[in-house]
Ligand binder design. Structure first.
Ligand code: NCD
Length: 341
């Protein structure tokens, strides 16, 4: 797989956009929220391909709703078994093929790095809609938009992350994005078995961020400005018994909410299993369904940005000669373990 060409801009990981670009996307999202009719035909004649090889409700449907609300259209693969992936087609070949039919791709894949491989082979922009336990940058943009709208700021915040910090890709991406804002304190609440991966924690330590690690949600509740709840990620466990032992580690209840600040907000990327009692939904501090709606507006802004830049010929820096098997890593969930040279 020899590459020596320029490629359109993609969104594979949160750092692909500068802080200024993220600000622009959040402002554009806000503008779309306030003037939806202004944007209702801007993508006429354009096609979004949603390639989802893992289950999804919000991410796929919000991408598709976003494209329809922009006046565009959608091609979708919502089940790996209904696509040629089930016949053994590589991600690279799928990306080359879909580039013949669509203008932009949103891809979710169980293998870590799959959207990156797709972006290296597609001639149209590729958006990572979640790759294994790795990254989920569009959820991060929805999270940032929600924090901005609910709290009025993206700096000077104590943010608690609770649940499965090991496999939760939304956690990894949001932490990576928040590192670029001023005076963020990270409170990491998880069972010992599901702590944040060292590579994410080390990057925080290197930048001298204040981190608190604890197993006790109640103890830290009063100091949080934002509580980011997550489900225990059953599908990423090697052992079902281990999942059974850990699955009820945290349940946010009305009682626990009593100890939180009145200005605190609860976010959750959803789906919820049992980690937030449904009774908490009536608390105005529960922002997770507003967060799901924000996800649609932010995806409208993102699609617009990437399509506009592709039209203007804006490109990623040249990749140079990249051989995928030079990137092979020892992670069995990495896409480099299955793509051929
Ligand atoms: C998240 C995901 O897929 O990583 N969901 C989502 O996209 N909104 C969170 C999860 O599955 O737990």
């Amino acid at each position: 797989m020899l590459k020596l060409m320029l490629k359109p801009r993609n969104l594979i990981q949160p750092e692909d956009f500068s802080v200024e670009e993220i600000d622009q996307i959040l402002s554009l999202s806000q503008n779309i929220i306030e003037n939806p009719s202004k944007y209702s035909r801007v993508c006429e004649g354009k096609l979004l391909a949603t390639l989802f090889y893992e289950p999804s409700t919000r991410t796929r449907l919000s991408f598709e709703a976003a494209m329809f609300d922009l006046g565009g259209n959608v091609l979708t693969v919502s089940d790996a078994n209904s696509s040629s992936a089930s016949k053994g087609e590589s991600v690279a070949d799928t990306a080359k093929t879909v580039s013949c039919y669509a203008d932009i791709i949103a891809m979710r894949h169980p293998k870590e790095g799959a959207p990156l491989v797709a972006s290296m082979n597609a001639s149209i922009p590729v958006i990572n809609a979640g790759d294994g336990g790795h990254n989920h940058p569009t959820q991060t943009l929805a999270d940032l938009l929600t924090i901005k709208r609910e709290m009025g700021r993206l700096d000077n915040l104590t943010v608690g992350f609770c649940g499965d910090l090991k496999f939760g890709r939304t956690v990894h991406s949001l932490i990576t994005a928040l590192r670029r804002y001023e005076n963020i304190k990270f409170v990491l609440i998880s069972p010992n078995e599901l702590k944040l991966p060292t590579y994410v924690k080390e990057s925080l330590k290197k930048d001298n961020f204040e981190i608190v690690e604890t197993t006790d949600l109640e103890e830290v509740m009063p100091e949080l400005d934002v509580l980011y709840m997550t489900r225990i990620q059953r599908e990423r466990f090697d052992s079902f018994d281990e999942y059974e032992r850990l699955k009820d580690s945290y349940v946010l209840t009305v009682d626990k909410m009593n100890a939180a600040k009145q200005t605190m907000r609860v976010l959750h990327p959803l789906p919820r299993v049992n980690e937030i009692s449904v009774k908490v939904d009536d608390d105005p501090r529960a922002a997770y369904f507003r967060q799901a709606l924000n996800g649609k507006y932010m995806r409208m802004a993102l699609i617009l940005k990437l399509l506009k830049e592709a039209e203007e010929g804006k490109q990623m820096p040249p990749l140079g000669d990249v051989r995928i098997n030079e990137l092979v890593c020892d992670n069995p969930r990495c896409i480099s373990s299955t793509e051929q040279e």
